[in-house]
Write a protein that binds this ligand. Structure first.
Ligand SMILES: *[C@@H]1O[C@H](CO)[C@@H](O)[C@H](O)[C@H]1NC(C)=O
Ligand SMILES: *[C@@H]1O[C@H](CO)[C@@H](O)[C@H](O)[C@H]1NC(C)=O
Ligand SMILES: *[C@@H]1O[C@H](CO)[C@@H](O)[C@H](O)[C@H]1NC(C)=O
Length: 378
């Protein structure tokens, strides 16, 4: 009798065991990123945005003029020139290092980026692109932010689902979704196209952040839960803007910084505005504007001596380094590597602050370390 009575329990426990096993197996596979390494707090990152976070996607984009696949780009990078718009590590490499990811985040457009190489995330960012589809047409072909998100949705996500055996939030909750976009919408669109003469900057900015908000909600609907939003930095201090402004009015560079501050204040506000519309999500805003501004106002305290000149010899457009041109020797003491992009030394400081800063003026409402360690409820 006793043995027969216990039978339903046996079945029950067997069923429970099976369910737990299936769930555990998926969680283990989904989290294999850090379980295998035993160190990293996150599986990896999916990266969207412009040249500041592009690890080399434009190398594979025919017709793009925003390429950095030649010397002296990469002069301090282990792989040499790789398409990163920097002498060494860009922000994403520096952040990956803080997160102890086992390798650099591969680029979407590289045909080798498939199978197990997707496990720690993929970079979709494209130099010259902006939040709006029409930004970047001056850079030849770019991959727009909307297209970057479609590339994630239509190509990477199905591949990862097959590889890891789980879907949606279960698959994506332990990845960071890093978005660094917006600067080009001002530099290569609003101020360049003449839109600034008819459309008030407040209206243009509201359109940008509303568009970005929809893009973030799209990623959330696919299962993304942890977001890192990177502010735009003080464009007015960049060598290209200073060069373009020198003949114009006194307020020209200040106006570019005002545009960045306006966008950033809206971006920061978005953190609290969209969280209720994206259940289960956590969003961190990184104020790279503030961090670069602090370096430029007190360079010596961070070991910088040149906050003005590009380190490399820039080409005719004033933005990118001249192909095979010269580069300065004291690269760690320069703020800008070319006419627009910071040096590795600045990227490292920015991402150290992003990862570990306890100041809400730098990382709001908390830092990336805290974001990465949060357990998301499925
Ligand atoms: C780019 O051009 C190369 C060489 O012409 C070609 O093999 C490749 O398919 C093109 N790539 C795209 C994405 O169009
Ligand atoms: C942004 O402006 C464009 C052009 O006026 C419009 O088509 C689009 O709907 C706007 N986007 C948002 C999110 O408001
Ligand atoms: C931030 O606070 C944490 C916890 O109090 C501390 O361990 C950490 O060192 C602080 N980070 C910085 C950069 O001061």
């Amino acid at each position: 009798m006793a043995a027969r009575d216990s039978k339903p329990y046996v079945q029950y426990f067997y069923f429970l065991y099976l369910s737990v096993f299936v769930v555990l197996q998926c969680v283990l596979l989904c989290e294999s990123g850090y379980n295998m390494e035993g160190r990293a707090e996150t599986n990896g990152m999916f990266v969207f945005g412009s040249s500041l976070v592009d690890n080399g996607n434009n190398n594979f984009v025919n017709g793009s003029v925003a390429k950095a696949d030649y010397f002296p780009y990469g002069i301090d990078f282990p792989l040499g020139p790789s398409g990163r718009f920097c002498n060494g590590k860009n922000m994403i490499d520096a952040l990956g290092e803080q997160l102890k990811l086992p390798h650099f985040v591969p680029v979407f457009t590289d045909p080798m980026t498939k199978g197990k190489r997707l496990v720690h995330g993929v970079n979709y960012a494209s130099g010259g692109s902006g939040i709006l589809d029409d930004t970047g047409s001056v850079s030849g072909r770019v991959i727009t932010l909307n297209q970057q998100i479609r590339n994630f949705e239509e190509v990477t996500q199905p591949d990862l689902e097959t590889l890891l055996g789980c879907k949606g939030t279960e698959l994506l909750s332990n990845y960071l979704f890093v978005v660094g976009a917006g600067g080009n919408d001002y530099l290569l669109n609003y101020f360049l196209s003449g839109a600034s003469k008819t459309l008030p900057i407040q209206d243009f900015t509201a359109n940008l952040t509303a568009t970005l908000s929809n893009q973030l909600k799209k990623l959330h609907s696919l299962g993304a839960r942890k977001f890192v939003l990177i502010s735009i930095y003080p464009m007015g201090y960049t060598p290209i803007v200073k060069a373009m402004c020198s003949s114009a009015s006194e307020g020209c560079t200040a106006m570019m910084n005002q545009a960045a501050l306006l966008f950033n204040s809206r971006l920061k506000a978005l953190v609290d505005e969209i969280k209720p519309q994206m259940p289960g999500s956590n969003i961190v805003y990184i104020n790279t504007y503030q961090i670069i501004n602090d370096i430029i106002s007190d360079p010596a305290s961070r070991g910088f001596t040149d906050t003005i000149n590009p380190c490399c010899e820039v080409g005719a457009n004033g933005i990118l380094c001249k192909r095979e041109g010269s580069a300065c020797l004291n690269r760690n003491s320069h703020v800008f590597f070319d006419g627009l992009h910071p040096t590795e030394a600045v990227n490292v400081v920015m991402m150290e602050r992003a990862y570990a800063s306890n100041l809400t003026a730098e990382a709001y409402p908390f830092n990336v370390k805290t974001l990465a360690s949060l357990s998301t409820h499925l």
